[in-house]
Design a protein around this ligand. Structure first.
Ligand SMILES: [Zn+2]
Length: 265
């Protein structure tokens, strides 16, 4: 177990480093493979020993070795977050096909949150990536309908996944048009709608509903805090990070919460 956790920490950091490339380059429409990592200010190429996730940032003190310009601490934090989430996923779900799917999903959720927060868009490529994982989960659940009940403690059957996807999409479309017609505002972006359709396949219908509920609660808390510190609450904000946090919470704790709730009656 200690070995698996060490490996997850290592590969989680390396994959997290790849995520920071996506977060920086995808919204700018740059290639994710070329050019190799370089300083954003002086354009000097970053040597491999300065590009070790987390470690290099600490050793070179968060500054470019050549021009001494500051490197945002967001990048090492994202690497660390990805490693921690991979370890947490293993501790919650053990080693299984679903664990691997969830780890990749959570990594994409981190990427979507960071990009949406900064640029207020969810790139189609990331929604497609979630969709591919969703299709894999759905196909897997057709052939192994009860395997997840052993691993996850609950079942998400293939048709529940389809209902989650289609139902979530329809619900968001309805919300989108009612806000547009009644209040003349775009409360949801096209990226949010595509996101709920693709993540719905991973969540199934119950957890999709829970995700929408969670994200509404998280966004409300955010707006309340904004109001308390006297920031403009009518300004548009990215809903993606709240959806991602909602989906993450629903996948990790959703069924536990549903059971807890049902046991009250
Ligand atoms: Zn530099």
């Amino acid at each position: 177990m200690a070995l698996i956790i060490s490996l997850l920490a290592l590969f989680g950091l390396i994959f997290g480093s790849f995520l920071t490339v996506l977060i920086y380059r995808l919204p700018l429409g740059q290639s994710i493979a070329y050019p190799p990592s370089h300083c954003e200010r002086c354009n000097k190429r970053i040597k491999w020993y300065d590009n070790i996730p987390l470690v290099s940032y600490i050793i070179i003190g968060g500054k470019c070795r050549y021009c001494k310009s500051k490197i945002s601490p967001i990048y090492p934090l994202i690497e660390l977050l990805n490693a921690l989430i991979w370890i947490a996923t293993y501790l919650i779900f053990g080693l299984s096909v679903y664990s691997v799917l969830y780890m990749l999903t959570f990594s994409i959720l981190i990427t979507i949150s960071a990009i949406d927060f900064k640029h207020q868009i969810i790139p189609d490529s990331l929604n497609i990536a979630v969709g591919i994982l969703g299709v894999i989960a759905t196909v897997y659940s057709i052939f192994n309908p009860f395997v997840d009940s052993i691993i996850l403690g609950y079942n998400v059957l293939w048709w529940e996944r389809l209902i989650g996807s289609i139902g979530g999409g329809l619900l968001f479309l309805m919300l989108y048009y009612s806000f547009k017609v009644l209040r003349k505002i775009e409360a949801l972006g096209g990226g949010d709608i595509k996101f709920i359709i693709t993540i719905g396949l991973l969540l199934g219908c119950k957890l999709t509903l829970l995700t929408i509920g969670f994200s509404a609660i998280f966004a409300s808390i955010y707006l309340i805090i904004k109001a308390i510190v006297n920031k403009d609450v009518t300004a548009p904000f990215a809903f993606g990070p709240f959806l991602c946090l909602g989906a993450f919470s629903a996948l990790c704790f959703g069924n536990y919460l549903i059971d807890l709730y049902l046991s009250l009656f």
